[in-house]
Design a protein around this ligand. Structure first.
Ligand code: CO
Length: 504
């Protein structure tokens, strides 16, 4: 390997260590920080982010980088470099390009605007006052358009924004995947609505001891393979996962006494993310080969475990006796009845409460609106009406107010436009991976039913986790499954599962 590449990797590893300290401070802010420390925490973070940014884009890094790649095009200068080295250098250049192409003043303005906007959004949402949030969202949309111009794009500005989350996936590709997905989901949803099988999950809203919920969740994720010597779970207002290093991965959740599903499935979801982080190749820490492939691939791991494994009947054949020990209230309920309760389908107003069948529809609605905002000059003031019209079209529901409608998600206030498609792509990736795993592993569902998750985890490790960013998401799917990404495996998975549950 080129000497300069070794120097570059060394600088990247130092940068990654600094970045992990920044992430640790963020984690602290969301978990254990005393209330009065808010302002000092912001100062720590502002100082750290400037330092981290400088380590990545400053002269010392640039000087080494320009010896190995053309800074303007990303072309590798050493013609003898092998394929792997070329890919690595391209990714290093691309990250540098994205980090350095935005002028410092733009970065500062954007960070100031979004930190203000998040506070205004929280207030506007609480008071159901979209007009309060409107001027901030207008500025965010303007700045996101500028950001897209700085990044550059071939077809539409929305492509440039999505590239941050789902590299190599274009707006047009998402449109075509979503259109097939949409008709398949609406068809299934229609059948479910007209089914005579009416499900009822009120039992899960009875009283469930929170300490027992916590203990049971931990027991399950340890069994799944979450290494408690290299990770832990804490409480936070909103569940999240953060990996400082493959040997230190933190997940969080919150527990509600009157909602048994909430904490458990969030714990499994975050554990799915965490298994990916613990499985990233430690020897590549700090370089693109030691990082996750994309937001959507990350989401595929969490959704695989949360929905496809932990909401399956074989999974509960194994865990249900243990669950009943923790919660005698379930004593009279059969595992089949419990399985139906956790898989009840019901169109709802709120994305984060959505079931597997309707979830992706919530994402499509946001994708359509975001494209209009970024590519088509849609006026931000028209958002509430447009939102409600689309809710009617997709779910035949009308939000009673903007709090339950257009203002429900934090993403836009954070400036994260282009992020939503990754959630639904995660569902598609997950189903395609699962289909292949079931074909590769003899007696797949029997292993799940016996509580033996190691074989499946090993499969995920080899095929996905250790690959880091060697492949773009769409190439990773093709290389793992031998097929191009398609909505069909996900639709097949849902149809099989829900035809049985709803006796369609
Ligand atoms: Co997630």
């Amino acid at each position: 390997m080129d000497d300069n590449l070794n120097i570059l990797i060394d600088l990247l590893k130092k940068h990654a260590k600094a970045e992990s300290v920044q992430a640790l401070v963020q984690w602290d802010q969301e978990t254990y920080m005393p209330e009065g420390a808010g302002e000092f925490k912001s100062e720590q973070l502002a100082w750290l982010s400037a330092l981290v940014h400088e380590m990545h884009t400053g002269e010392p890094f640039k000087k080494v980088l320009e010896k190995v790649v053309n800074l303007y095009t990303g072309d590798v200068l050493n013609s003898n470099a092998d394929k792997e080295e070329k890919r690595l250098l391209y990714l290093i250049w691309k990250d540098y390009h994205y980090a350095s192409v935005l002028p410092r003043s733009f970065v500062e303005d954007f960070s100031f605007l979004t930190s203000q906007s998040q506070q205004v959004w929280a207030k506007a949402r609480a008071n159901n006052d979209f007009k309060l949030f409107l001027p901030y969202l207008e500025k965010i949309v303007d700045m996101c358009k500028k950001q897209a111009d700085y990044y550059g794009y071939k077809t539409t500005p929305y492509d440039a924004l999505m590239e941050q989350y789902e590299p190599g996936v274009t707006t047009q590709q998402v449109e075509s995947l979503f259109s097939e997905l949409k008709s398949g989901l609406l068809e299934l949803l229609d059948k479910i609505k007209n089914s005579n099988e009416k499900l009822d999950d009120h039992l899960l809203k009875e009283s469930f001891d929170t300490a027992h919920q916590w203990a049971f969740g931990l027991e399950v994720i340890e069994k799944m393979g979450f290494d408690m010597t290299k990770g832990r779970q804490d409480r936070s207002a909103h569940p999240f996962t953060t990996g400082f290093h493959p040997t230190d991965v933190r997940i969080t959740t919150r527990v509600y006494e009157n909602d048994m599903k909430s904490a458990f499935f969030s714990t499994v979801h975050e554990a799915g993310h965490a298994l990916y982080e613990q499985g990233l190749p430690v020897e590549h820490f700090g370089t693109p080969f030691g990082q996750a492939a994309s937001y959507g691939i990350h989401e595929s791991q969490s959704r695989l475990w949360e929905n496809m494994i932990a909401k399956s009947l074989p999974f509960w054949h194994y865990f249900y006796p243990r669950l009943k020990e923790y919660f005698p209230i379930l004593q009279k309920t059969s595992v089949e009845a419990f399985y139906k309760m956790i898989n009840m389908v019901k169109p709802s107003l709120i994305r984060i409460d959505a079931d597997e069948v309707t979830y992706s529809l919530h994402i499509m609605l946001r994708f359509e609106i975001e494209k209009m905002l970024i590519n088509e000059e849609l006026n931000v003031s028209e958002l509430p009406d447009l939102w409600n019209a689309k809710m009617k079209e997709y779910f035949d529901l009308t939000p009673p107010d903007d709090k339950m409608g257009v203002m429900q998600d934090v993403h836009w206030s954070m400036g994260s436009i282009g992020y939503f498609p990754s959630y639904a792509l995660g569902n598609l990736y997950a189903a395609q991976f699962l289909k292949k795993a079931v074909a590769d592993i003899p007696g797949f569902w029997e292993t799940i039913q016996m509580g033996e998750f190691a074989i499946f985890l090993q499969w995920l490790r080899e095929k996905i986790h250790v690959q880091g960013r060697r492949y773009n998401p769409l190439d990773l799917v093709s290389s793992v499954t031998g097929q191009k990404l398609s909505p069909k495996p996900f639709l097949q998975y849902l149809n099989t599962k829900y035809h049985e549950i709803y006796k369609l």
